[in-house]
Design a protein around this ligand. Structure first.
Ligand code: SAM
Length: 268
């Protein structure tokens, strides 16, 4: 579809998100004052304007249709948020959105899929991504809710689904980890594999042998994984820590009680 005054086909037609759904998206993303929110394909601007008015955020929306861009900027001025919110006539595929703390989408499934590699590569770990109605394929959401949407302009069911993802840090690779229990230190090599927020791999023990690690998870830069019995203690223990580039550090927990600390460096 070619909107008036637009020389590129729209990748998604204009359909506004019902206001109750806009608010649920922003709540799910825990938008707070100072957050930078970016809405790709901003329509009449309601997501960005609500993010600024109700949640104290700032940011911008991009939209191909110049009439929608104009009316969004007019509305932002009218409600007094134009100092924090801008709408630009711009192709979302040519938009730099790396500064977002929260990215909002109401786009078609193939557009979400086309954006997925950039979302994972360009957004900082911990960035929240919320989408109305369409998911990200095999990248499973952290949360998903369906809510009534009686004033929805499309669809017979008059309900909407909202999805939340949290951009995971990158931990795939080899790590040398040191676990400090009292005055003792135990060194283990970890080989981690990562599929989006899911982490698995193997732990190689200094005395020889290796054990599998499964069900590790990342939430932004927070890593949680369970080391099987025999790696650190006779029982399985949980490693909880934060990723900062090529280093990791945190605590070792058994039955949710801290029993040691740990740190790790990525092997080149
Ligand atoms: C489904 S509407 C969503 C509007 C708004 N985000 C909301 O949730 O109410 C999608 C919007 O994306 C715009 N759009 C489509 N392709 C685009 C592109 N390549 N770049 C920027 N905007 C685009 C459309 O004009 C439309 O307004």
């Amino acid at each position: 579809m070619l909107a008036q005054g637009v020389d590129k086909e729209l990748d998604t037609p204009y359909v506004p998100t019902p206001q109750a759904v806009v608010e649920r998206m922003l709540e799910l993303a825990q938008v707070k004052p100072g957050d930078t929110v970016v809405d790709l394909g901003s329509g009449d601007g309601r997501i960005m304007i609500t993010a600024a008015q109700k949640y104290g955020a700032r940011g911008f929306g991009v939209e191909l249709d110049p009439r929608l861009v104009r009316s969004s900027n007019d509305e932002a001025r009218r409600v007094g948020v134009a100092d924090r919110v801008k709408f630009l006539q711009q192709d979302l595929f040519k938009t730099d959105f790396h500064e977002a703390d929260v990215l909002t989408l109401y786009l078609l499934p193939d557009v979400n899929m086309a954006l997925r590699p950039r979302i994972l590569a360009e957004l900082k770990p911990g960035t929240r991504v919320v989408s109305h109605d369409y998911d990200m394929g095999v990248w499973r959401p952290e949360a998903q809710e369906t809510l009534p949407a009686p004033d929805k302009a499309v669809g017979a069911r008059k309900e909407s689904t909202v999805y939340l993802w949290i951009v995971p840090a990158k931990v795939e690779g080899a790590w040398e980890i040191e676990i400090r229990i009292g005055r003792k230190a135990r060194r283990i090599s970890l080989a981690l594999e990562q599929q989006y927020q899911r982490v698995s791999g193997t732990a190689r023990l200094p005395e020889g042998g290796s054990l599998p690690i499964s069900e590790g998870r990342l939430r932004g830069d927070e890593l949680r994984l369970t080391l099987p019995r025999g790696v650190v203690a006779r029982d399985p223990v949980d490693l909880v820590g934060r990723v900062a580039g090529d280093s990791l550090s945190g605590t070792v927990r058994r039955a949710d009680r801290e029993i040691a600390t740990w740190s790790a460096l990525r092997r080149p």
